[in-house]
Ligand binder design. Structure first.
Ligand SMILES: Nc1ncnc2c1ncn2[C@@H]1O[C@H](COP(=O)(O)OP(=O)(O)OP(=O)(O)O)[C@@H](O)[C@H]1O
Length: 300
């Protein structure tokens, strides 16, 4: 039991994605940008989670760290048991090829202009050494499940934006990753095509048990997933949990603030402005709540 107890204390020991106090600092000649400022995040196996936030809040940086294409400056990031800050080059190649699938922000970067859908989905499987017959079967299975069989012999310029994105999702899923990371998968799409892409992501999540993370600045995504995590200034600030409604009836969504392990909570700007809260506030513990009051009359 002592062993189990010790494990239970480790932050996120049972999560597929663990970000613990993650920091990413970009250093240029003149400025230092803290894109991630001590971000904590847990995602569990088979979850489908959306990450929302304003432009510049750190969403893409987070996804690139999780995808293994960028390295955090400090903190801990673990995905499916892989420690992302301590991986060798070789481990990183294996990780990117087999453990995570990544759909990048610009759809054109996910496909190759002169390759057909079938050829581009074949590529990652071929790099992984999968025999030709199995590759063909997997490609057909992906196209059928995500509804893009008709794109098999088409090149990107012959497909709609939504079809391109669904083929890009097939590429990312080709080697059966445990985790699928998508950066603004519906950013350039009309709402009907966006719905088809969300449906494809849900299908992957349901059919293959893939854990799906969707980064978007579209707050409307909350209606598509059970959990939405909001990032503000490089930190997770709030979460919306949506319970499943009955068939055809939307579920109920409830918003929570996120408290990190040091006890920090971000007070939303509207709340701060409504009470003119500045850098110092009064906290009071009542029987079942904590009050935050302005420090009127106090020195700044
Ligand atoms: N390579 C880089 N060099 C310097 N600063 C960067 C770099 N990449 C990102 N940043 C900065 O880090 C911060 C977070 O950027 P990031 O792209 O992660 O935000 P985002 O929430 O994904 O925004 P968007 O929705 O516009 O893509 C921003 O201030 C951005 O300017």
């Amino acid at each position: 039991m002592a062993h189990g107890g010790a494990r239970a204390q480790e932050f996120g020991h049972d999560a597929v994605i663990v970000c613990d106090n993650l920091l990413r600092v970009y250093q240029t000649d003149t400025v230092e940008v803290q894109a991630l400022q001590g971000l904590d995040l847990l995602v569990h196996d088979r979850e489908m989670v959306a990450i929302v936030g304003a432009s510049g809040s750190g969403k893409s940086t987070l996804l690139q760290v999780l995808a293994g294409v960028d390295a955090a400056t400090a903190g801990r990031a673990r995905v499916a048991g892989h420690d992302l800050l301590g991986m060798t080059r070789r481990e990183r190649v294996h990780y990117r090829r087999h453990v995570v699938g990544f759909v990048r922000q610009q759809s054109s970067r996910n496909l190759v202009p002169y390759l057909t859908a079938a050829q581009v989905v074949d590529l990652p499987q071929s790099f992984a050494g999968v025999p030709r017959r199995e590759r063909r079967q997997r490609t057909e299975e992906l196209f059928e499940t995500l509804g893009v069989q008709h794109c098999t012999d088409l090149k990107p310029h012959q497909m709609s934006g939504g079809e391109q994105q669904r083929v890009a999702i097939c590429v990312a899923l080709a080697n059966r990753p445990q985790v699928l990371l998508t950066d603004e998968p519906t950013g350039e799409l009309d709402s009907a095509s966006a719905q088809e892409v969300f449906a494809a992501l849900r299908t992957a999540n349901r059919e293959w048990g893939t854990t799906v993370v969707i980064v978007t600045h579209d707050a409307g995504v909350s209606g598509q997933v059970a959990r939405t995590v909001a990032i503000r200034d490089g930190r997770t600030s709030s979460e919306v949990l949506r319970s499943d409604g009955a068939e055809g009836v939307p579920g109920i969504a409830e918003e929570f603030a996120v408290m990190d392990r040091a006890g920090r909570v971000q007070v939303p700007r509207e709340f701060r402005e409504a009470l003119a809260l500045t850098h110092r506030v009064r906290l009071a513990l009542t029987e079942d709540s904590i009050e935050i009051r302005s420090d009127r009359g106090g020195e700044r």
